[in-house]
Write a protein that binds this ligand. Structure first.
Ligand SMILES: *[C@@H]1O[C@H](CO)[C@@H](O)[C@H](O)[C@H]1NC(C)=O
Ligand SMILES: *[C@@H]1O[C@H](CO)[C@@H](O)[C@H](O)[C@H]1NC(C)=O
Ligand SMILES: *[C@@H]1O[C@H](CO)[C@@H](O)[C@H](O)[C@H]1NC(C)=O
Ligand SMILES: *[C@@H]1O[C@H](CO)[C@@H](O)[C@H](O)[C@H]1NC(C)=O
Ligand SMILES: *[C@@H]1O[C@H](CO)[C@@H](O)[C@H](O)[C@H]1NC(C)=O
Length: 259
């Protein structure tokens, strides 16, 4: 009899505890779920070019030149300027390592800076815009003056020419207004630096023009930022499950005692 009394007391108190904790639980579930939805969208327009070129690529060599010449700051500044934006042509690391004929090793600091600036246009262009740009060639780059690029659009394959370099705009690394970053197969060499005494190219290179299909699919899109947003809610769910488990155990314990 006394035993039963104890059990009854235990049941009552644990039910009370249950009631209290479930109502507290309900309250705490409600608030973070509501506040966590609008939180992860603070800075929408800012694209960190250093980060972008570090993650994509490999564009390490180009990024190193951009950093040593401080041109990365000019680019970032232009990218932050959402009115016009920027279009950057980035050669992959192997484009630099395969550069033999004129090398970059003899360039002065100023020339190297101009060469970097030569790889960008002071406006955001989608790939579709290059159809029009090809009619407006030569197009002035961020290096200004006679540092111009010629574009041609042949059946959807955009080519960029400098006199020294004639190469394909092979894929889109990032293209969301105001920042466009396109990969090119070669380092763009300006006549303004290397002169007009261009050695004849060893016959028309056969392969790159014939198979443009493989390179066609573009746009990795804006990556990153969104990946972190589901974190708070899912970890909260784990905590909630923990509480539920705890409750279930308490109930089970009570039942066992009761029976
Ligand atoms: C851009 O990213 C780089 C590398 O992750 C970082 O060092 C730098 O502080 C970032 N700049 C800004 C303005 O966020
Ligand atoms: C670009 O904008 C970001 C974010 O507003 C800022 O942190 C960075 O300093 C800016 N960089 C330049 C070069 O204007
Ligand atoms: C670099 O400069 C040196 C000395 O002026 C010259 O001998 C060499 O040919 C130059 N190399 C290139 C690739 O222009
Ligand atoms: C190309 O130029 C024409 C006229 O200059 C314009 O109407 C059209 O919208 C432009 N197309 C693109 C993709 O910019
Ligand atoms: C670029 O285009 C202009 C105008 O069509 C032409 O005069 C010039 O020779 C071209 N330059 C190169 C390097 O193709």
């Amino acid at each position: 009899m006394k035993m039963n009394y104890n059990i009854m007391f235990f049941m009552l108190s644990s039910t009370l505890v249950l009631l209290c904790s479930t109502s507290a639980f309900a309250k705490t579930v409600g608030s973070p779920a509501l506040t966590s939805t609008p939180a992860p969208a603070p800075a929408p327009d800012f694209v960190n070019l250093t980060e972008l070129l570090t993650v994509a690529g490999p564009f390490e060599t180009f990024l190193k030149y951009l950093e040593s010449t401080k041109v990365i700051e000019t680019f970032q500044n232009q990218a932050n300027n959402t009115e016009e934006g920027i279009t950057i042509f980035v050669p992959k690391d192997d484009a630099f390592s395969s550069l033999k004929n004129p090398t970059l090793s003899n360039l002065t600091a100023d020339q190297l800076k101009s060469l970097c600036l030569f790889h960008a246009l002071p406006q955001y262009y989608t790939l579709a815009d290059f159809t029009n740009l090809s009619q407006r060639s030569p197009v002035t780059t961020l290096a200004g003056g006679q540092y111009t690029l010629n574009f041609t659009d042949v059946f959807g394959t955009v080519r960029v020419g400098t006199g020294w370099t004639n190469t394909k705009v092979s894929s889109s690394v990032h293209s969301t207004d105001p920042v466009a970053v396109y990969q090119v197969d070669k380092v763009l060499l300006p006549v303004a630096i290397f002169g007009t005494d261009i050695p004849p190219t060893p016959a028309p290179t056969p392969s790159p023009d014939i198979a443009p299909v493989a390179d066609a699919p573009l746009a990795k899109g804006g990556s990153g930022s969104s990946a972190t947003s589901p974190q708070p809610s899912s970890s909260f769910r784990i905590i909630s499950l923990g509480i539920l488990n705890h409750l279930a155990l308490t109930i089970a314990g009570g039942l066992v005692l009761f029976l």
